[in-house]
Design a protein around this ligand. Structure first.
Ligand code: NAP
Length: 306
C-alpha cells in the first residue's frame, strides 16, 4: 500500500456540470463509536483532507441524532476546515429516541415541512450555513415526488443546500424525482456481499444518465472481514489471493473492485482508522484484471456467470 501522505484522492463530478466530490467519501455513521476527543476528530478530518478525501457523509439520525453535533464541534473549534470540505447529510427517517420524544413509532417523513425542518436542524448541529448535498435517506411509501421536489427547490433557493439527491431509491423512484429536480446521486448499498444494484438496473440507469452513485458499507458493515460461514471464508480467500498477487491490501482490492464499475461509484468508508481511508484512496491508483474482477464476483455470488 502507498504511504498515506503520498496519496491524492481524485475528484469526480457526480453529474455533468454538477457537484464535485472526492472519489472516496468518509462515512461518519460510526463517528460516535470512535470515542474521539475534539482534537482527535479535527486530526482525523485533517488527515482525510490531506489525502484528498474532502467529502464527509452524515445523516441527521447518525449516532441517535448525535454525530452531526460531534462533527460540528470539530468545525467550530477549527473553522478553517469548512471551506476545504463538502458535507453530505440526509433526512426523512424519524427514529424513536430520547432526543426526539414526539416520535412514537419509527417511520419515514418526506413531507415538505419535515425535509426543511430536518435540514435546518442539521445546519445548526453542524454549525454551517449550507450543505453541499442533502439526500432523502430512504424511499417513503407516502412520498409525493412533487412535494419533495418543492422542498429541495426551496432549500436550494434559500442557499441552505447546494445540491440534492436520494439514497436507497429504485431506478424508477430515482428517475421520477430526477425529472422534477436534478439529482446529484443515489447512495446505495454495494459490496461483494451486496451486489443487487448491478442486477436490478440501479447502476445501469445511473450510468445512462451520467450520474455517479455513492455506495455504502463496502465491507458489509465489517462482515466481509469476519463472516464465519464457508461462503464468507471462500470469498475472503479469493480476494486475498488477488491482493497478494497485486501486492495491494485486501481492503484496497475491495475498493478497486467497487470502483471498476462503469457507473463510477464513489465508495464511502466506514472506518475510524485513517489507514483504512488510505486503503480506499490507494485503490484509485490501480485497476483489476477483468478475470480477477469476475473471480471475486463468482465467489461473491457462489456461481459462474452464464
Ligand atoms: P463498512 O466499511 O462496510 O463497515 C465498517 C466496519 O468495518 C467498521 O466496524 C470498521 O471497523 C470495519 N472496517 C472497515 N475497514 C476496515 C479495514 N480495512 N480493516 C478492518 N476493519 C475494517 O462501512 P459502514 O460503516 O457500514 O458504512 C460506511 C458509510 O456508509 C457509513 O459511515 C455511512 O456514512 C454510510 N451508510 C449509509 C447508509 C444509507 O442508508 N445511506 C447506510 C449505512 C451506511 P474499524 O472502524 O475498527 O476499522
Amino acid at each position: 500500500m502507498s504511504e498515506p501522505s503520498l496519496l491524492a484522492c481524485p475528484r469526480i463530478a457526480t453529474r455533468k456540470d454538477g457537484l464535485e466530490l472526492s472519489r472516496v467519501i468518509a462515512g461518519m455513521w460510526r463517528l460516535g463509536e470512535w470515542n474521539m476527543s475534539v482534537e482527535q476528530r479535527i486530526g482525523f478530518i485533517e488527515d482525510c483532507i490531506a489525502m484528498g478525501v474532502t467529502s464527509f457523509d452524515h445523516a441527521d439520525i447518525y449516532g441517535n441524532y448525535s454525530v452531526e453535533g460531534l462533527f460540528g464541534e470539530a468545525l467550530r473549534a477549527q473553522p478553517s476546515l469548512r471551506g476545504r470540505m463538502e458535507i453530505v447529510s440526509k433526512c426523512g427517517i424519524k427514529l424513536v429516541s430520547p432526543s426526539r420524544p414526539a416520535h412514537t413509532i419509527q417511520h419515514y417523513d418526506t413531507s415538505l415541512e419535515h425535509i426543511v425542518a430536518s435540514c435546518e436542524e442539521s445546519l445548526r448541529q453542524l454549525g454551517t450555513d449550507y450543505l453541499d448535498l442533502l439526500l432523502i435517506h430512504r424511499p417513503d411509501p407516502l412520498m409525493h415526488f412533487d412535494e419533495v421536489a418543492e422542498a429541495f427547490t426551496r432549500l436550494q433557493a434559500a442557499g441552505k443546500v447546494r445540491h440534492v439527491g436520494v439514497s436507497n431509491f429504485t431506478r424508477h423512484q430515482f428517475e421520477a424525482l430526477n425529472r422534477r429536480v436534478p439529482l446529484a446521486t443515489n447512495q446505495v448499498e454495494f459490496s461483494p456481499l451486496h451486489t443487487a444494484p448491478m442486477f436490478d438496473a440501479t447502476f445501469d440507469g445511473l450510468q445512462e444518465l451520467g450520474i455517479a452513485p455513492m455506495t455504502w458499507s463496502p465491507f458489509g458493515g465489517g462482515r466481509l472481514f469476519s463472516a464465519p460461514d464457508d461462503a464468507g471464508v471462500h470469498l475472503r480467500a479469493v480476494i486475498q489471493q488477488v491482493a497478494d498477487r497485486m501486492e495491494q491490501s485486501f481492503a484496497s482490492v475491495v475498493f478497486a473492485w467497487i470502483m471498476m464499475l462503469p457507473s463510477r461509484p464513489m465508495p464511502l468508508t466506514g472506518s475510524g482508522k485513517i489507514a483504512s481511508v488510505a486503503a480506499a484512496v490507494a485503490a484509485t491508483t490501480f485497476t483489476l484484471e477483468r478475470s480477477d474482477w469476475f473471480a471475486i464476483l463468482r465467489a461473491a455470488r457462489g456461481h459462474e456467470v452464464a
